[in-house]
Design a protein around this ligand. Structure first.
Ligand code: 2P0
Length: 320
């Protein structure tokens, strides 16, 4: 009746932006991501017949704001006629600031909930359940390079390459650690309803997925770099052209992009990607990671730099 799971966030190289079914939280487009190793969320779910309601603690503080989504996730995994749960979460990086904390949180919740209820579910099933809570969470059920594809009625996951087979490094430049003003779900809907670029974004995604998939399978860094930057800038163009426009970047975000361009000019194997937040993720070959870290840390407006290798799938860990 108690289980603890650990999950790492993932960073999309080909982005998920837009939903085809809001009720079931199904994405409008496929996506490809890398799962990180050194940022993590640990989640303990304890089912308790004496509790009058679910309770959630995040980093030892009660969090009633996030609780409804966690409760809904527990309902999806265990069923709504379940015991109430005490859920304890710890996270070693900023929450809700565009660092994919919801991906690791809901992946860990899904795995811990299944463990606490003693349900034996395969990884595809766990990913589908995590994806209902947060689309990107499905990808953290797998390690390394992961593709999420739409099939007719649900999502379908493929592990493209494990973390050890192509050990890239991700340098995250944090430019602001406060939670973002607009959540991803709401922002995606604004884009779907108002952006003149949205239809083209959805239509062209299979092409970007195919180029990125081939680059990963061939370990072709340059090809992956080109398509990932292009896909990221397209997603932000969709947001900028939405009404109201959504701009998650700040001056330091732009300064980091320029720094990455400079590093590329100097021969570094590095590319950038940016999610629904102002942080910049620089993906690089391990031998260039220190130069990238030093350059981004020295960029005005960067408050913190996190460095991570690629990591493994969400999993149960020994009870604490
Ligand atoms: C991604 N993002 O592929 C994209 C890129 C943000 C920008 O997945 O509404 O928190 O909970 O399914 O998973 C963030 O969206 O959205 C996200 P919901 P989620 O990583």
């Amino acid at each position: 009746m108690r289980a603890t799971a650990i999950a790492q966030p993932n960073i999309a190289l080909i982005k998920y932006w837009g939903k085809r079914n809001i009720t079931r939280n199904l994405p409008a487009v496929g996506s490809i991501s890398i799962t990180l190793r050194d940022l993590f969320t640990t989640m303990t779910v304890q089912l308790d017949p004496d509790l009058a309601g679910d309770v959630l603690y995040v980093n030892d503080e009660r969090d009633d704001g996030m609780l409804p989504r966690i409760s809904a996730c527990l309902d999806e995994v265990i069923g709504s006629r379940r015991m109430h749960a005490r859920v304890n979460s710890t996270c070693n990086f900023p929450i809700a600031a565009g660092l994919a904390s919801s991906a690791s949180a809901f992946a860990a919740t899904t795995v811990a909930a299944a463990g606490a209820a003693d349900l034996k579910l395969d990884t595809q099933r766990l990913a589908a359940l995590a994806g209902r809570a947060s689309g990107s969470a499905a990808r953290s059920l797998y390690g390394g390079f992961v593709e999420l594809a739409n099939n007719g009625d649900d999502i379908e996951m493929t592990a493209l390459c494990d973390a050890d087979s192509w050990p890239l490094t991700v340098v995250v430049a944090v430019t602001q650690s406060a939670p973002k003003a607009v959540g991803s779900s709401e922002a995606m809907e604004i884009s779907r309803k108002t952006s003149p670029f949205y239809a083209n974004w959805v239509e062209r995604q299979p092409e970007d997925l195919s180029i990125a998939r081939n680059a990963i399978l061939a370990r072709d860094f340059k090809q992956l770099a080109t398509i990932a930057e292009h896909n990221c800038l397209k997603m932000h163009s969709v947001m900028w052209a939405s009404r109201p426009p959504m701009m998650f970047w700040n001056a330091a975000t732009m300064a980091c992009l320029q720094k990455v361009r400079k590093l590329q000019g100097e021969g570094c194997s590095v590319f950038f990607t940016i999610d629904a937040g102002p942080q910049v993720k620089a993906v690089c070959l391990p031998e260039d990671a220190e130069a990238v870290r030093v350059a981004l840390a020295a960029t005005p407006g960067v408050t913190e730099v996190l460095v991570s290798g690629l990591g493994a799938a969400a999993r149960l860990v020994d009870p604490q």
